[in-house]
Design a protein around this ligand. Structure first.
Ligand SMILES: Cc1cc2nc3c(=O)[nH]c(=O)nc-3n(C[C@H](O)[C@H](O)[C@H](O)COP(=O)(O)OP(=O)(O)OC[C@H]3O[C@@H](n4cnc5c(N)ncnc54)[C@H](O)[C@@H]3O)c2cc1C
Length: 388
């Protein structure tokens, strides 16, 4: 038992580990190879396990287990399949945003479903010209009586097919800075690949990894959304609303990476014990032993840093520096560990049927998603230089 965990968190960890080993890990490799998403019954199972409720406060139907509950769950799901670790993240972010900023009507309509996981969410900020420069959003939402009309192209919207709600970041006006003209509109849609033609259509983006969740380019053409779906009911607040939740999202991302690295490490240990060369298991060669020792050490370092950040979050206080550090370290660690896992597997690492190359492919997202390593370093540098 990890000494950082209370008995309640430890019980959660064991329960979700069992669930993930029984329901997710056995299907992950085959579905990954076929480029298919996490099956409906697995999503349903994750909902039934109460995962979506974990970090959210009890007053809104959450479990009240805080950031610690969130990171424990994320690691266990991510250990079974990287995409499964990512699955609840969009809902957690949407619930936090609704809870912090939503109007009473928005809370009543959506919060219970988002907190339980019965409603699925996606978030769409990125555009062809707005990636790291997230404030450079060009998709426009023009007020027209009781509605907004959305026009433009969004890129990289994960889970958009399955989502009932897409939190869509749009430009509603020109503020003093480019951050000021951004608003969040909650776009409601039916589940499935059809979206809402002709005003909202989607094209899937094929990816080398992170299968299990599908990612899309979205085209809005004069798409009408009720004005009451403007988050918080006030224009120009979208960038700040996003940033208010981002530190938790980045911490969550760190634990997707930790779960992934843990999985890559475990298959490497098994392989090193059973694969024989020169009449002995390769685990007996000093250079392989050192690799395994380094993998374990790096994973544990990332985990303990992440736990410390989660505990600090639960105690309250500003956290962008620490969350950036946890995300930066865990994401680069996961890439190193997955690369080392490939090396431990030698030529067999290239055989598609082995999960090790799924881990390696999935790890390609780690240093890009939810803020690249370069952006994390910039955030950290600004803080340590006292610039913000
Ligand atoms: C599989 C996948 C799923 C995604 N899902 C979603 C989603 O659901 N919703 C969503 O909104 N977005 C999503 N994204 C988008 C993701 O958040 C962006 O890819 C990420 O923010 C980086 O933006 P970019 O890809 O445009 O890279 P760019 O910003 O173009 O960066 C390219 C390179 O330049 C570097 N760079 C950029 N600016 C600076 C700077 N100021 N200083 C130093 N270096 C810099 C970057 O670090 C990077 O190395 C997803 C992306 C992927 C690949």
């Amino acid at each position: 038992m990890d000494t950082a965990l209370t008995s309640e968190l430890h019980a959660l960890q064991l329960r979700l580990r069992r669930f993930a080993e029984d329901k997710i890990a056995p299907v992950a490799q085959a579905l990954h190879l076929r480029g298919e998403q996490i099956p409906d019954d697995v999503l349903e199972g994750i909902v039934e396990q109460g995962v979506f409720t974990l970090p959210l406060r009890k007053e809104i139907g959450g479990s009240g287990m805080g950031a610690m509950g969130m990171v424990i769950a994320t690691e266990e799901l991510g250990r079974a399949w990287f995409a499964a670790g990512a699955l609840p993240a969009r809902n957690w972010m949407a619930a936090l945003m609704l809870d912090k900023f939503g109007t009473d009507d928005q809370k009543r309509r959506w919060l219970p479903g988002v907190v339980s996981g019965r409603l699925q969410c996606a978030h769409s900020a990125t555009e062809p010209g707005a990636g790291s420069d997230a404030a450079n959003i060009q998709v426009r939402a023009i007020r027209d009586g009781d509605t907004y009309r959305i026009d433009g192209l969004k890129r990289w919207c994960t889970h958009a097919n399955r989502a009932d709600l897409i939190l869509t970041f749009c430009r509603t006006g020109e503020g003093a800075s480019k951050h000021d003209g951004i608003s969040v509109l909650v776009v409601e849609k039916p589940r499935g690949e059809d979206f809402m033609p002709p005003s909202l259509t989607a094209q899937r983006i094929e990816t080398i990894g992170y299968h299990g969740m599908k990612t899309y380019e979205l085209t809005f053409k004069n798409h009408v959304v009720p004005a009451v779906n403007l988050l918080g009911g006030e224009e120009g607040k979208g960038f700040r609303q996003l940033m208010a939740c981002y530190e938790l999202v980045r911490l969550q991302f760190a634990f997707r990476c930790i779960g992934l690295a843990q999985a890559a490490f475990e298959v490497s240990v098994d392989y090193a014990k059973t694969r024989k060369q020169f009449s002995k298991p390769i685990s007996q060669f000093q250079l392989i032993r050192a690799k395994l020792a380094d993998m374990a050490t790096q994973i544990e370092t990332a985990r303990q840093l992440g736990y410390a950040v989660a505990a600090k979050y639960d105690a309250g206080g500003r956290l962008d520096l620490e969350a950036g550090m946890a995300k930066l370290f865990a994401s680069e660690m996961a890439q190193r560990v997955c690369q080392d896992a490939m090396q431990v597997h030698g030529g067999n690492s290239m055989a598609l049927e082995l999960p090790v190359n799924r881990f390696w492919r999935d790890s390609s997202l780690c240093t890009v998603g939810e803020g690249t390593s370069e952006i994390q370093r910039e955030i950290i540098a600004r803080r340590i230089l006292g610039e913000r």
